[in-house]
Each structure stands twice: as C-alpha cells, then as structure tokens.
Design a binder for this molecule. Structure first.
Ligand SMILES: Cc1cc2nc3c(=O)[nH]c(=O)nc-3n(C[C@H](O)[C@H](O)[C@H](O)COP(=O)(O)OP(=O)(O)OC[C@H]3O[C@@H](n4cnc5c(N)ncnc54)[C@H](O)[C@@H]3O)c2cc1C
Length: 354
C-alpha cells in the first residue's frame, strides 16, 4: 500500500512523484513502457541513438529553466545550438534560440528525475476502483511478458499523468468522477505526429561539416507534410554515422496514422525533406518510424492541474493543463504534488530541483 500512485512516467508524473517522495510520502509510479521520460524519448537504433520525441529544451518558462540549470550543471544537458532555421514561403530564416540537448539522448532528462523513485515499468493501468476501506485499487496489465507481480497496487491518492484519451479509458462515472470533470477531459484534443529516424553513410559526414550551423534544426511552419527536421547525430559526443530525425505535420500524420506500412510512410517524409535540404536525405542506409497518436496537446485546459472533486483524492496532470508542452507538464506535475499534499498530510514541499 502506498500513499500515492502516479500513473505515467513522463515529465508530469515523474516530477510530481519526486516532489512527494522528497516530502516523505511513499510513492509508486506505474509506466506502460520500459523506461522513463514519456514523450521526451530516445530510441537506440543500429548502434546510434535518436531522439524521436521532444527535440530539445528551451529556456521558456520557470520550471524548464530550473531543470536546464540543474542538468547543465550535472553535465547531462549541453547547449546544442543558439540559432535555428525556419523554412517559410520557400525561404530560410534564422532565429536566435538556445536549444539544450542531452548527448546521451533526451531520455536522460527523465532518467535524472526518476532517480530513487519506485517505478513499475511494463505495466499499464487498466482499471481504478474504490475499496471498502476508502483506498484506490489500481489494476495493472503487464505489457512485458518477462515481468511478474504485482497486478494490483493500493493507494490513498492517485495522480493520472497521461494524455486525456488514455486517462478516459479508466476514469468514468462508475468510480465517482463527475460529469463536469469527465467533460473537461473529453474536450482535450491532441495533434498526432509521425517521426522518422534515418541513418546515412558515414561518407556523408564531409557534406555535413560544410553545413550551415543553423540547419541543425529546421522548422517548416507552413508545410503540408513536414514540421521539423533535426540533424540528430550532431547532438552526440561520438556519432557513429549521420542520423536525421524528421517530424511530420499533423495533417500528414492524420492521413497516415492507421497505415500498416510505416517504412513507406517514412520514405515519403524523407522524399519531401530531400526537396528542401540535402538531396541525399531520401537515400538512408536505414530508417525507423514512430507513430505518436497524442504528440501535442492542441487545446490545453486553463488550469494548473485537474482534481476530481468529491471522491477519493485523484488529480490529472500533464501537458493537458496549461500552455508550453514540457513546461506545462512540469508545472502541472508540481501543482498536482501540491494538491495531493493538501489532501493528505500537508507536509513541507520543496519545489526546487536538486
Ligand atoms: C515528436 C514530438 C516532439 C516534441 N517536441 C517538443 C519540444 O521540442 N519542446 C517541448 O516543450 N515539447 C515537445 N514535445 C511535447 C512534449 O514532449 C510533451 O508536451 C511532454 O513531454 C508531455 O509530458 P507528460 O508528462 O504530460 O506526458 P507523456 O510524456 O505523454 O507521459 C505519459 C506517460 O504515461 C504512460 N502511460 C500512458 N497510459 C498509461 C497507462 N494506462 N498506464 C501506465 N502508463 C501509461 C506513457 O507511456 C508515458 O510514458 C514533443 C512531443 C513529441 C511527440
């Protein structure tokens, strides 16, 4: 039995769990995938690493700034570039912007926040129920066959730090959620994104050494298919080969979301990329595609977190609450920690990162 169970080991769930654990609560985190970070994600592919989720951190917002300062100090993050490119109306524009990345992969951010936490990976929350002794019973489905018990956890309070459509799979009126609370969750919408990771022959390295530095990160704000292209291997300390990451536009992802032939979808995106940047970008040695069904929250709720009133302590958090994506997720996780604390023992909470 735990004081608190946080569902989801993304930025919101992790920072919330960390604050509550530091205050002295017993906390468990349940995560359906095999590692921490959520959409701040890195994949190992063909001996390289590729950040297929969040691209970088920028000093926009207090919570992200504090996290950047700590992680730069610990040499987990470094400044990747101070100028990015935007391709608009067939022209390339330069925009000053400090972008911080983790040479070991952006999931190093989640790994840092997760240190010391009790995280149950490879388990998806299937149902929530109230027990007779006024506790939450959290039933888990094992998503990794190698894992064993537990199948259930019990907690005084639950933090639901996952995208709204996934939360609505187990939050309903039967467990006492009000219509107003459920309507708010149902109103939240997300844009999808298809991400291609592509590796190229080491010979291309010489072309890249002449590359305009602002081309490390190129956004395409008005393109029907492309949203962003990043020279991912330039984030690494010892790149094995050139690797690029391409994010599709939401409309491209909508069109291809249910495709069963992801390599062809990825090749189509690389074909488009090669029209604007280097022509050889459509001839990778390998490519992988990741489908993000809930990539970017389109219409976040104007609240710092969303408590379910009138039942046992339960609160939703994440980038569905407030503007700013990673900043919103962090702030919302901190707000959820504060709300849970107010429902339990009102212990002193330290809101700084260490
Ligand atoms: C391609 C891409 C690029 C991005 N680039 C940027 C960027 O440059 N800057 C920026 O600020 N933001 C960016 N974002 C957005 C940013 O990553 C998110 O806003 C932020 O990470 C959301 O954090 P979160 O904690 O709210 O949710 P998530 O990161 O989605 O975490 C939720 C976690 O819950 C888990 N989960 C879901 N359902 C269950 C369940 N039933 N049981 C157990 N676990 C479950 C998931 O596996 C996940 O790990 C990007 C996102 C994507 C996809």
């Amino acid at each position: 039995m735990f004081d608190v169970v946080a569902i989801g080991a993304g930025m919101a769930g992790l920072i919330c769990a960390r604050q509550l654990r530091l205050a002295g609560y017993s906390v468990a985190v349940v995560e359906k995938s095999r590692g921490p970070g959520g959409r701040v994600a890195t994949r190992r592919v063909q001996g390289s690493r590729a950040d297929h989720g969040a691209r970088y951190l920028e000093r926009r917002g207090e919570a992200v700034q504090a996290l950047i300062d700590v992680l730069v100090d610990r040499q987990i993050l470094k400044l990747w570039t101070d100028i990015v490119a935007e391709f608009r109306q067939a022209e390339m524009f330069s925009i000053p912007s400090d972008c911080y990345v983790a040479p070991a992969g952006m999931n190093a951010v989640g790994k840092y926040i997760a240190e010391g936490l009790d995280i149950w990976y490879g388990r998806r929350v299937k149902t929530l129920a109230r027990t007779d002794s006024q506790m939450w019973r959290i039933s888990l489905e094992v998503t990794d066959d190698n894992l064993e018990t537990p199948q259930e956890l019990f907690a005084k309070a639950v933090v639901v730090a996952i995208p709204a459509p996934q939360a609505l799979m187990f939050l309903d009126s039967e467990i006492g959620c009000s219509r107003d609370f459920l309507d708010k969750l149902r109103s939240v919408e997300y844009d999808p994104c298809m991400t291609v990771m592509a590796g190229y022959s080491a010979e291309r390295e010489s072309d890249l050494s002449n590359l305009n530095p602002q081309w490390k990160s190129v956004s395409f704000p008005d393109n029907s298919d492309l949203a962003w292209v990043g020279w991912d291997s330039s984030k690494r300390l010892d790149p094995q080969q050139p690797v690029f990451v391409v994010h599709s536009s939401a409309s491209f992802a909508d069109r291809h979301l249910e495709s069963t032939d992801l390599p062809t979808v990825g090749q189509e995106l690389l074909d488009r990329t090669s029209e604007y940047l280097m022509p050889w970008l459509n001839q990778p040695e390998w490519l992988q595609v990741h489908r993000w069904r809930y990539a970017f929250c389109r219409n976040p709720l104007p609240v710092s977190c969303l408590p379910a009133e009138g039942i046992l302590p339960l609160v939703c958090a994440g980038d569905l609450c407030g503007e700013g994506q990673i900043e919103a997720a962090l702030r919302s996780g901190l707000a959820a920690a504060s709300w849970v604390n107010s429902q339990l023992q009102n212990l002193p909470l330290d809101s700084s990162f260490k």
